[in-house]
Design a protein around this ligand. Structure first.
Ligand code: FAD
Length: 463
């Protein structure tokens, strides 16, 4: 795999240490080992890890790397679930955890300027006193960074109503492979000045440049938030309720679906008083002006009843809202306890096809004799089939892989796609032909080649 001619020699090491100092340079395997992983199941050791503090340092690092053709993989918190920050070709990892400052909050002009290593939840905390928030809310909100969120174009429950990371990136500063420092976009909510280059970085997985600063759009916090948990005795009814609510013209802030297996796994672990008999559960949140929320809530309840909802529980207090969200947010961690490995996937289908996709996921899992929980940001058709399994059991793992091959094919057949938010990384490159023709892949490769001709930025990934 490694097609690079030079490694990190003593000379290169000295040059890098001169930029970042000894304290922010690691090359002993016992120190670099944890940068060989993310939350996915592959591994590849970097030769060294650097922790830049400034854009100028990033620029110097990339000048050295391109002079010596050393691969460079950016890294935020390493929470990717598709292998995106795994340094497949070795080389250097540039970890942004020391570039974690919020540089400006300007609610009058509706933006914040942040360094890439700012943790999403820390930005939310900084905005709260102004009654503003930053809508993208991945399940990893407490740990993942804005740089990683941009590079993965992360989503989350709230993205149903508010949109994904790309919709909130007004501008960014990045360092190109040869060390040039570029700035795209501006502080303006409206800006039509040439190609929307900042958007191109969204979902680029660190293959185009290293992001060193971002101007993100922030929005006022809604006056009222209402949250409800709804149970069904039939999973098909649950999925159909989702598409009926959206089809009736209501856009909740979030609409999360959990199947019986997922709900029981959560309850087993967290004892939150959830209904263990329910075949399907929806967590629905609406927000806005109080009177509008009440009207929307009544319309949603009509749709839920029409789809045979068994129990509708509205959270009466902020604590109850938090309890319902704790249930949803703990799902990933709970699955991780069920088996040595967890395969968390991320297919998306048009919302009207959610019921069919849920049926197909269940049927495919049954065909291969594997356990699957279904967890979904269902309102935008984004589904996470979760398979706890043991990768060291070769026979079981082959069945898991076959099941995923069929799940992706089914999603593509339903007009869906390979990822709604987790990205492609190492996990899904092989499935690209299901949703893209070769000419389209070639055009992406041409963009990459024009920007990073030596191919040193996160090589071996989807492009
Ligand atoms: C429990 C759990 C729940 C999750 N829930 C969600 C969810 O709801 N929605 C969602 O979208 N994802 C979710 N994820 C996946 C993951 O958290 C996101 O992809 C997140 O955006 C990754 O951010 P990070 O800081 O950890 O980046 P990393 O994992 O470190 O890196 C991700 C990618 O970004 C690149 N990168 C990082 N920093 C930079 C930079 N400064 N410049 C250029 N490239 C850079 C890396 O090279 C890599 O390709 C979840 C993961 C976990 C473990």
């Amino acid at each position: 795999m490694n097609r690079y001619t030079e490694n990190i020699t003593d000379e290169v090491k000295q040059a890098l240490v001169a930029v970042v100092t000894e304290a922010r340079f690691l090359d002993r395997p016992e120190e670099t080992a944890c940068y060989a992983y993310d939350a996915f199941l592959e591994e590849a050791m970097p030769q060294a890890v650097v922790f830049p503090r400034t854009t100028e340092e990033v620029s110097e690092i990339l000048k050295i790397a391109s002079a010596h053709r050393i691969p460079v993989t950016g890294r935020g918190a390493g929470t990717s679930v598709c292998g995106a920050p795994i340094p497949l070709c070795g080389g250097l990892v540039a970890c942004f955890s020391r570039m974690d400052k919020i540089l400006e909050v300007n609610t009058r002009d509706r933006y914040a300027i942040v360094q890439p290593g700012v943790v999403n939840a820390d930005l939310q905390k900084a905005l709260a006193p102004f009654d503003f928030f930053y809508p993208p809310d991945p399940g990893s909100i407490a740990t993942s960074t804005i740089g990683g969120n941009i590079a993965q174009n992360a989503g989350g429950p709230r993205c149903l109503k508010y949109g994904v990371t790309m919709d909130y990136i007004l501008g960014l500063e990045a360092v190109m492979a040869d060390g040039r420092i570029v700035r795209f976009g501006s502080r303006n909510v409206k800006d039509v000045t040439g190609y929307k280059m900042a958007s191109l970085f969204c979902g680029s997985e660190g293959t185009l440049g290293l992001i060193t600063e971002a101007i993100v759009k922030v929005v006022p916090r809604p006056e009222t938030t209402k949250t409800m948990m709804v149970t069904f005795s039939d999973l098909d009814d649950t999925a159909r309720a989702v598409s009926d609510i959206i089809g009736s013209g209501i856009l909740p802030a979030a609409m999360e679906l959990m199947d019986k297996f997922t709900l029981n796994a959560i309850e087993e672990s967290a004892d939150l008083g959830l209904d263990r008999e329910a075949e399907g559960t929806l967590l629905i949140e609406i927000d806005g002006v109080k009177e509008a929320c009440e009207k929307e809530m009544a319309r949603i309840v009509d749709q839920l009843r029409a789809n045979n909802a068994v129990h509708i529980e509205e959270a009466a207090t902020a604590e109850e809202q938090a309890r319902l969200w704790t249930a949803r947010r703990s799902a990933y961690g709970v699955f991780a306890k069920l088996a040595p490995d967890i395969f968390s996937e991320d297919v998306t289908v048009p919302v009207s096809r959610v019921p069919e996709m849920v049926r197909q996921i269940k049927a495919i899992a049954e065909k291969y004799g594997i356990v699957t929980g279904v967890l979904a940001h269902a309102g935008d058709g984004n589904m996470h089939p979760m398979i706890p399994a043991d990768r060291s059991n070769k026979e079981e793992w082959e069945r898991v892989e076959k099941a995923f091959d069929e799940i992706f094919a089914a999603a593509a057949d339903l007009g869906g796609t390979l990822s709604g938010e987790h990205g492609i990384g190492l996990a899904k490159t092989k499935y690209l032909p299901l949703v893209m023709n070769q000419d389209s892949v070639d055009v992406m490769a041409a963009v990459k080649k024009a920007i990073d001709p030596l191919g040193i930025l996160n090589p071996g990934k989807f492009v």
